[in-house]
Design a protein around this ligand. Structure first.
Ligand SMILES: [Zn+2]
Length: 146
């Protein structure tokens, strides 16, 4: 039984692993820690296959990768989208906790428009890191990616 499962692991097709990765990100509101994705899919698929899938999707521009603190993240990305993808994090310099934050995009979109006018540079995604000291009783609740 075990060897059958192992064989099944190896035979997964490119399109299947791509879909598994995209589905995992979708079910985590579009963004997840890379290690969480690998941990979850690694139960069914070999690591080599997962890494190949991630690299393929990065090349195709269907996902993006970025680092916040020590963690690597993967996020769904639509290249033709006119809307900016925004990720905002609070990083505590004391306890190293990372909190994901939902922000209103309007201000960021205004800044991106100004940048485009000044530098002819079109922003596709923005990552904000607010660094400081957290409060144990912070109003910010940890999200799935924190
Ligand atoms: Zn802290």
């Amino acid at each position: 039984m075990k060897s059958m499962l192992k064989n099944k692991k190896r035979r997964i097709k490119n399109r299947e692993i791509n879909n598994l990765i995209l589905q995992f990100l979708s079910s985590n509101s579009g963004v997840a820690k890379k290690k969480d994705l690998i941990e979850s899919l690694g139960k069914h698929v070999s690591l080599v296959t997962i890494y190949r899938g991630i690299n393929r999707l990065l090349r195709k521009g269907e996902i993006i990768s970025f680092q916040v603190g020590k963690d690597h993240y993967l996020a769904l990305f639509k290249k033709d989208s006119k809307k900016i993808l925004l990720f905002a994090f609070l990083i505590c310099e004391k306890c190293r906790n990372v909190y994901r934050l939902e922000l209103d995009k309007k201000d960021i979109e205004n800044i991106a428009q100004a940048i485009e006018a000044l530098y002819n540079f079109k922003s596709e995604f923005v990552i904000l890191e607010f660094r400081g000291i957290c409060n144990q009783f912070s109003v910010y609740t940890k999200t799935a990616v924190s």
